[in-house]
Write a new protein. Structure first.
Length: 557
């Protein structure tokens, strides 16, 4: 462990589909990032919580209302229990934390460790044994306790297992920002301890709205951590504004800070003026997200793409007919899976739209169904439309659950002419099928609330054009009619008070008069768009490029 140089902390990590230690994009991104680090021989150790009871299994009642079922997994099937334990003080009690090890294997055989922290330890109280059970569950007090286990416990575990030469500690979101306090306590005897902490800290924010940043009252912090844990010399910095804002904590104690797309960097600088905030646009792990038919195609025409995804730039040399056959194979596999699982009759020859992401209000998932009569007319005037949706709402987000219910209700209303499915219990395996199997990837976020978004990158990697509002990564990857299409005006011209009418009109107009006609009547042009999506976006929006930018800009500069 002594050779490791970067500690990568994140509350969730999508490592394997069978390990429910992730809720959505943040965790999947972390898993992709760590996979690329292993591929590129970047010596990184990941740190997260074990989440023994996962996030939740999504189920729907007859009305389309989401309800949750538990999901437990056995760490012994995937991880090795390490003999090391540490303890931290929580609510005046000594809470013991143990560590489990996962080995992330790179494409050339390199192994990077990922540590999973676990409080289900004999000697802890029943309450404390459940701290690391569920992801994003409980009230503010429980969240702060989990974040203390991640930030403080994670730092102590690293020292215990001998990972003592780490040069940089990378915090993904504010959940792990308490590690900066632990670092300060370690370097308190230095001449300039704050500068020493900042020199070693990297902070990435993934949240473009103020309400999304964790904030805890000073009284709660003192209750949970103890009034003496945070040194008096930095209390003013820590409790800036009267409480503990985990994002500000990361900002104040990090030398390098970044957002996750160029636009998100701008938005974050507006949210937190006075800080130097860079941007490194997110990506996806090419080999993890290329469906098997596409992986075989790339192996044939683009050797080396797994080691260096920039080779996807040469996808323009792939014959159109072979690319189309590959798409038909991926689409056929997805259609068979959907038909078998849901008892529907989807047709692989019908134009299919995909939309899969977290169900929350700003994603505007119901936009496609805003004018049902017009959607039906578009289906009637073409050779047909099929629609596939997926995505979970947070258990406490009733607005998100209502959104799903409305989408399912609208699907039933158009079901006599448009075959629709809302795929239950969205996970990485389902995502991989859908992003490769649909014909068009749809995204309708409210500007500028999409920090980055990565599902469209996964679609592009599999030759699926993107149809999206210009926000997040799409502001960088969009070339109209070349890599996909935009919805609504450019953000500089958008009426931010109520962008819906213009966006809705543009969505339907382009779908009816531009996108579907190209798919049905200009097949070669459509396949060229697919090929350009791979070449232009697949080659750039990947985590290999992203890791290289972190290495050059944040880790070792």
């Amino acid at each position: 462990m002594s050779s490791l140089s970067v500690g990568y902390f994140c509350m969730e990590m999508g490592i394997e589909n069978e390990m429910p230690t992730y809720a959505g994009g943040l965790g999947v991104l972390a898993g992709d990032m760590l996979a690329s680090c292993a591929d590129l021989d970047v010596a990184v150790i990941g740190v997260t919580l074990i989440h023994r009871k996962g996030y939740f299994k999504q189920r729907f009642d007859q009305s389309g209302w989401q309800f949750e079922e538990g999901e437990e997994w056995n760490p012994f099937e995937k991880l090795a229990l390490l003999p090391h334990e540490v303890s931290i003080s929580i609510l005046g009690r000594s809470v013991r934390i143990r560590a489990w090890l996962y080995k992330m294997k790179g494409v050339k055989g390199n192994l990077n460790p990922v540590i999973f922290l676990d409080t289900d330890v004999e000697g802890n109280t029943d309450e404390d044994r459940h701290i690391t059970d569920k992801l994003y569950a409980g009230d503010a007090r429980h969240r702060l306790i989990q974040e203390a286990v991640l930030g403080i416990g994670g730092m102590r575990i690293l020292e215990k297992i001998g990972a003592t030469n780490i040069q940089k500690f990378h915090m993904n979101e504010g959940h792990s920002a308490l590690l900066t306090i632990e670092l300060y306590r370690m370097y308190g005897s230095c001449d300039e301890p704050v500068q020493e902490v900042r020199r070693r800290s990297v902070f990435t924010t993934h949240t473009p709205v103020a309400a999304g940043h964790d904030q805890f009252d000073e009284g709660l912090v003192n209750e949970v951590l103890g009034s003496s844990y945070i040194p008096n010399s930095i209390k003013q910095m820590v409790f800036e504004g009267g409480g503990l804002n985990m994002t500000r904590l990361g900002l104040n104690f990090s030398q390098y800070v970044n957002g996750v797309a160029k636009k998100h960097g701008e938005v974050t600088r507006q949210l937190f003026p006075g800080y130097q905030i860079e941007s490194i646009t997110n990506g996806v792990h090419a080999a993890r997200w290329a469906a098997e038919p596409f992986a075989r195609l790339y192996d044939k025409y683009l050797p080396g793409w797994r080691i260096d995804p920039y080779n996807l730039r040469y996808a323009l040399s792939i014959p159109l007919e072979e690319l189309w056959r590959t798409h038909e194979e991926a689409k056929g596999e997805m259609i068979s899976y959907i038909n078998q699982r849901y008892g529907v009759v989807m047709n692989k020859d019908v134009f299919t739209i995909g939309f899969a992401r977290r169900a929350t209000a700003y994603k505007r998932g119901n936009m496609l169904f805003s004018d049902i009569e017009r959607l039906l007319r578009i289906a009637e005037r073409s050779k047909g439309i099929q629609i596939i949706y997926a995505g979970k709402a947070h258990p406490n987000d009733n607005d998100g659950k209502l959104l799903i219910q409305q989408i399912i209700d609208n699907m039933r209303k158009v079901g006599h002419k448009i075959t629709c499915v809302y795929v239950e219990d969205y996970d990485m395996e389902i995502a991989k099928r859908i992003v490769a199997g649909v014909d068009l990837w749809l995204n309708t976020p409210t500007r500028p609330q999409e920090a980055s978004g990565t599902s469209g990158m996964k679609a592009a990697l599999n030759g699926v054009p993107h149809f999206s509002v210009l926000d997040g990564w799409w502001l960088e990857g969009h070339i109209e009619g070349v890599t996909g299409w935009s919805i609504g005006p450019h953000p500089e011209r958008a009426e931010m008070n109520n962008p819906d009418p213009e966006d809705i009109e543009d969505l339907y107009t382009k779908l009816e008069y531009v996108i579907i006609p190209r798919y049905e009547n200009e097949r070669d042009q459509w396949i060229k768009t697919m090929r350009q999506a791979i070449s232009i976006n697949g080659s750039f929006f990947n985590t290999h490029r992203m890791v290289e930018q972190y290495v050059l800009g944040a880790y070792f500069k």
